[in-house]
Every structure is written in structure tokens, then in C-alpha cells.
Design a protein around this ligand. Structure first.
Ligand code: NAD
Length: 474
């Protein structure tokens, strides 16, 4: 075995959690290394087979919508066609460029060492990197595990990557399917359903719970079901009984409520029922770190039970606050927090009540803070304000009027507890709400903050005014 290389920090995994942690560590003067085994390169799920490719395809779907609707804007564009091969090539090109950027730009520029291979802990202060031809030991003062997650299986359904797929497989399709069944109406299922429905596939979504996007506020789920129901068929409270693969597609039997089981057929089925941690081959057992249902258990500062061994991102469960949100923006903030604390900075633990969620379907859905139901469960007396995008000028100008903003505020102190949006550019608009919650702003402060006219963020200002009972346009 070669001699050990020594680092202040070794990070296992180069997703947004891992690469951000390593680059920040190097900026702060640490000798930092990243271990990555993915043959597709650096960037993890988000960059290679998650956020970046899906948002690229969603943007194409959005453009297609606009072009098909061109006549409403006085533009004649009668023969608008989708070249699926070109769409997928563009997606792959963007992914490859960004992945190479992590390696060639971020790591090289900041002096982060990259080891290509599988990284495993070998005791608390050592990581062994296994690649095809070398076994390289690395000594590390601290280790950050950022190994991420993978699509969860559905018991009784065998995913073959041909007819029954995960999000990994469907992002590599060569031909547009005529029909698609999506099992699971969380962010992954809804975003992919929204892409393929707008590309022209006949899409059916089956959700086990009584509503789609079940982690969102109930009114937002209802509006999303209404708006997306125009693009696809949605069945809630659905139980998948069986999926049979035929040469030409799949036959899926499901039951919903008291109704007799039904069979639907489609060219493909997508299983989008959540993501499982990647933790089974990390050498965790060589340390005092512990797993909880496969997730690595950490405290509020992301440290495992083994001092000096940290874990961040999708692979983590917080000992005192499950479930841990699986978002790229959470992983990268966690990574920065860990390394800044390691270099003696005082960084408060992430406030998981203030994590924004964003689903890039059409219309977009985004939220931060407590839903109305969650706020009531905490015993808060509430005031609610709602404002429809259709009442503003800008959504009419851009031809996207569906949706609304809902603010959940504390009745006594007027503090904003949660903001929930469905509508145009909601995933961008939520940033103002994130800042408002972080600064413990009141609805009065938002309502009295000047917002340029005509713009989409006026909807948040008007929803805040609606809480106050002073909205002009509500
Ligand atoms: P999820 O847990 O958010 O949603 C899975 C859905 O599948 C749930 O609604 C669940 O009720 C349903 N389900 C489970 N078993 C089922 C069954 N047998 N039949 C029908 N429905 C079933 O998981 P996801 O959508 O796969 O996303 C995984 C994680 O990644 C989430 O934390 C999500 O927030 C995150 N993510 C975020 C984004 C984004 O920010 N835009 C995009 C994709 C994923």
C-alpha cells in the first residue's frame, strides 16, 4: 500500500454538500481532500442526476408551453416541435460542463485534492480510497461523510431500468415515452410528471397519501392538484397492488379508497417514492458512529458519535429532530457550518424550521416555515393572509396568472411563521420570505416595504397586507 497522505479534512462524496465543505475548508487554510467514486464525475445527485438535469428539462418544458401559447402574445409560431434527442443532449452537455467545473475549476483553483475511488473509513482518523489499481490510505484530522442518497425501492416492484425506472434511469431516456405512470407525488414524481406531460407523454400519477406534494400546506396541495390535473391524471389515496412488465410496457393494478382495483397500462413506470441513504459501504462500523434506519446519526453540529467524524446532507438523520430535509441547499449549508466550526468560528446550527422547499413544476410551488396545520399543532393562534397572482399586473403581462401566496402569521406578535406559494417563479420569490423569517419580520413590515411595480414579489407584499386586512388588490 502507498504511504498515507495527510489532510486536515477528508470529505467522502463530491455532491453540493461535499464539494462546498471541501472548498470552504481550503479557503480557510485547511489541507482538504475529496473522495469520489462516481464514474460520471463530481457533483453528486444534484448535479449529475437530480436538480440540474431536471431543472434543465423543466426549462425546456416551460419554453415549449410559451411557444405553444405564442398566439396569445401575438406571435405566430405554428409549427413548434420537440426534438427529444436534442433536448436530452443539451441536458447532458450542461451536466458535463458543470461537473467538470467542480473538478477543474473549484477543486484545482482552491487546492482541494481529488481522489477518484471508493472512500471507506478505517477507524476514526483514516480513510482508505479503493480504485481500480490503487489502494490509497489518507490520514485525516476530521472526516465529513457526504455520501448522499439513492432512489428508494418499492417493495414488490422490481425496477429493471427498462420499463420500470427510477429518476436515474428516466433522465437517460433516448426516446420520449408515449405514456408514463408515476408512482409517488413528492417533488421528484411531480417534477418528472410535469416534464413528460408537457413534452407530450400521457401521464398518470399515483400517490399513496390523500394529497399530492403532501409536505406542503394543504391549500397549496389542493391548488397544485387542480392546476396539474390539466396536464396529467392524478389519483390520490392510491395503493399499487402489482406491476407486470410486458414487451411493450407495463400493466399496473392499483386500488383507490373503496373502489375495485383498476388496471392501467403505459409504456413506462417511474418509481418516485423517496430517497434512501447511501451508507452501507462506508466503514461506519470501524468507528463509534451509529446508523438509524440506514441514516448516519448526528447531533446539531452534524458530528457523529465518533468525535471528528461528521456527516451532512441526504445521508444524515438528526438525533433530536427527524426527518432531516433532503435538499442540496441544506447539505451545502451544513458543510460550510462544519468546516467553519472546525476552524474555530462560532456558527450557530442550521435552523431547520427555515429550510425552503421548492418544486419546479408549472405552476411552481415553494414554501418556508410552518404550514397552517403545523402552526396550529404548535398551539399558535394565527392570522392568515392570501393573495392571488391573478390580481396583479405582472402575472397578466407574462401570461402566468394561476396560483396564490399564503402567509401564516402569529396573531399576537404578527411574526411570520410560514409562507406558501404556488405560481409564477415561486421558487425564486420564496427567497424574500426566507429572509423575512430569518429576520423574524412581521407582516406589517413586509406590507410596508416598498416593492417595485409591476413585479411578481408584489404578491408577497399584498399577502402580508391581507394578513393586516389592508390589501388594496385582494
Ligand atoms: P418524497 O418523500 O418527497 O415523496 C415521495 C412520495 O411518494 C410521497 O408523497 C409518498 O407519499 C409517496 N409514496 C410512497 N410510497 C408510495 C406508494 N407505494 N405508492 C404511491 N405513492 C407512494 O420523495 P421524492 O419525491 O422521491 O424526493 C426525495 C427527496 O428529494 C425529498 O426530500 C425531496 O424534497 C427532495 N427533492 C427536492 C427537490 C426540489 O427541491 N425541487 C426535487 C426532487 C427531490
Amino acid at each position: 500500500m502507498p504511504l498515507s497522505d495527510a489532510f486536515d479534512l477528508v470529505v467522502i462524496g463530491s455532491g453540493p454538500g461535499g464539494y462546498t465543505a471541501a472548498v470552504r475548508a481550503a479557503q480557510l487554510g485547511m489541507r482538504a481532500a475529496v473522495v469520489e467514486r462516481d464514474p460520471e464525475g463530481c457533483g453528486g445527485t444534484c448535479l449529475l442526476r437530480g436538480c440540474v438535469p431536471t431543472k434543465t428539462l423543466l426549462h425546456t418544458a416551460e419554453l415549449l408551453d410559451d411557444m405553444r401559447n405564442a398566439r396569445a402574445f401575438g406571435i405566430v409560431a405554428d409549427s413548434v416541435d420537440l426534438n427529444f434527442t436534442a433536448v436530452m443532449e443539451r441536458k447532458s452537455h450542461i451536466v458535463r460542463r458543470l461537473s467538470r467545473g467542480v473538478e477543474n475549476h473549484l477543486f484545482k483553483k482552491n487546492g482541494v485534492a481529488l481522489f477518484k475511488g471508493t472512500g471507506r473509513l478505517d477507524g476514526p482518523r483514516k480513510v482508505i480510497v479503493d480504485s481500480v489499481d490503487v489502494r490509497q490510505p489518507l490520514d485525516a484530522d476530521a472526516v465529513v461523510i457526504a455520501a448522499g442518497s439513492k432512489p428508494r425501492d418499492l417493495p414488490g416492484v422490481s425496477i429493471d431500468g427498462r420499463r420500470i425506472m427510477t429518476s436515474d434511469h428516466i433522465l437517460e431516456l433516448r426516446e420520449l415515452p408515449q405514456s408514463l405512470i408515476v408512482i409517488g407525488a413528492g417533488a421528484v414524481g411531480i417534477e418528472l410528471a410535469s416534464i413528460f406531460a408537457r413534452f407530450g407523454s400521457v401521464v398518470t400519477v399515483l400517490e399513496a397519501l390523500p394529497r399530492i406534494l403532501p409536505s406542503e400546506d394543504e391549500e397549496i396541495s389542493a391548488e397544485a392538484a387542480r392546476a396539474l390535473g390539466k396536464q396529467m391524471k392524478i389519483v390520490t389515496s392510491a395503493r399499487v397492488e402489482s406491476v407486470a412488465v410486458k414487451e411493450s410496457g407495463v400493466d399496473l393494478v392499483y386500488s383507490a379508497g373503496e373502489d375495485a382495483p383498476r388496471t392501467i397500462s403505459a409504456e413506462l413506470a417511474l418509481v418516485a417514492v423517496g430517497r434512501a441513504p447511501v451508507s452501507d459501504d462506508l466503514g461506519i462500523e470501524t468507528t463509534r458512529a451509529r446508523l438509524d434506519r440506514g441514516f448516519i446519526r448526528v447531533n446539531a453540529t452534524l458530528e457523529t458519535e465518533e468525535p471528528g467524524v461528521y456527516a451532512i446532507g441526504d445521508v444524515v438523520t438528526l438525533a433530536d429532530r427527524p426527518p432531516h430535509p433532503q435538499f442540496a441547499h441544506v447539505a451545502s449549508h451544513e458543510g460550510v457550518g462544519v468546516v467553519e466550526r472546525l476552524t474555530g468560528r462560532s456558527v450557530e446550527p442550521l435552523n431547520y424550521d427555515l429550510v425552503p422547499s421548492a418544486t419546479y413544476c408549472s405552476p411552481e410551488v415553494a414554501s418556508v416555515g410552518l404550514s397552517e396545520a403545523a402552526a396550529r399543532l404548535r398551539g399558535r393562534e394565527l392570522r392568515i393572509g392570501r393573495f392571488p397572482f391573478a390580481n396583479l399586473a405582472k402575472p397578466r403581462i407574462i401570461g402566468r396568472e394561476a396560483g396564490f401566496v399564503k402567509i401564516v402569521a402569529d396573531a399576537r406578535y404578527d411574526e411570520i411563521l410560514g409562507v406558501h406559494m404556488i405560481g409564477p417563479h415561486a421558487t425564486d420569490l420564496i427567497a424574500e420570505a426566507c429572509l423575512a423569517l430569518r429576520l423574524e419580520a412581521t407582516t406589517e413590515e413586509i406590507a410596508r416595504t416598498l416593492h417595485a411595480h409591476p413585479t411578481l414579489p408584489e404578491a408577497l407584499m399584498q399577502a402580508a397586507a391581507a394578513v393586516q386586512g389592508s390589501s388594496i388588490d385582494a
